[in-house]
Design a protein around this ligand. Sequence first.
Ligand SMILES: Cc1cc2nc3c(=O)[nH]c(=O)nc-3n(C[C@H](O)[C@H](O)[C@H](O)COP(=O)(O)O)c2cc1C
Length: 341
Amino acid sequence: MYDQTRRRKNDHLRIALEEAVAMTRSAGFERYRLPHTALPDLSLEQVETATTFLGKRLAFPFLIASMTGGSEEGGRINRRLAVAAQQFGVGMGLGSMRAAVERPELLHTFRVRRYAPDILLMANLGAVQLNRGYGVEACRRIVDAVEADALILHLNPLQEALQPEGDTDFSALLPKIERLCRALEVPVIAKEVGFGIGAEVARRLVEAGVAAIDVAGAGGTSWAAVEAFRAKDAVQREVAFAFRNWGIPTAEAVREVRAALPKVPLIASGGLRSGLDVAKALALGADAASMALPLLRAAAESEAALHHRLEAIRRELQVAMFACGAEDVAALRRLTLQEVA
Ligand SMILES: Cc1cc2nc3c(=O)[nH]c(=O)nc-3n(C[C@H](O)[C@H](O)[C@H](O)COP(=O)(O)O)c2cc1C
């Protein structure tokens, strides 16, 4: 079981780094334009990008998305991401920690707190594992082991269905999620993996006690494509490819979840590729934005490449806020986006 998990994680990393795993449809941000103003009434330096999310300060409203751990290569990438998260003052999600529950000696590949003492750090586990004997104790152990501030439960039914060895029993999960939310000392965040969480599911999750939603919508990394590259036979490959562009586009998911749940802490992710996308996601209703694949590829290349990517995102967001006359994140979130005809 453990070797299977480790092999799958290494396959995922290699495929995400080397293959064309992006959806061929967009996350929907190009449908919107930020409202330019020729008279912003503030100086660029005055633009305040800092915010708080789940009680932690972020220098700008950004999180490095959950990706890796469980192998030596994954551990190296986690450490590099953590150093950058601390330097830039942003949050970070760890990859699924199931491997470390099965093999505690792998925990060190997720333990990044000493590289990032101040960041919002989030542990991660597949929600479906709650149907496979993982309970409050296992979740508490992984949160404590990495000194996380929150636990992300990922909901990935389609990804599991496209894996030959996938866990596909998603029945009666909600009461287990509810029990976990009640018992755990840290907030639980529900997240998809790139096919989106819509308003109805978000509402049920929040009623069950989930503290925040990461829509992780469609338009970026396609887990159907990743699984197609891993497929061992032709039918598996064909079925996986059929779902390549499946899901709720991120911009749409953010809008509908925010409309249904005006107060829930909301993360926009899935196909965001620039600081402009971050700005648009916030104006559409998100409290913070997140990216996975662009940061993974930068981190795998070099520390400098990762630094470049994060600095460009931060700077684009700051300049976009200036050019819209938004002096802080609250003002950015109040902007009305214009729909491009
Ligand atoms: C290599 C890789 C591994 C990932 N592993 C996880 C994971 O363990 N848990 C999780 O919740 N999401 C995982 N994701 C999904 C991302 O967190 C994110 O939701 C998704 O990739 C969409 O964002 P993107 O378009 O910016 O890549 C992974 C993504 C990548 C690229």
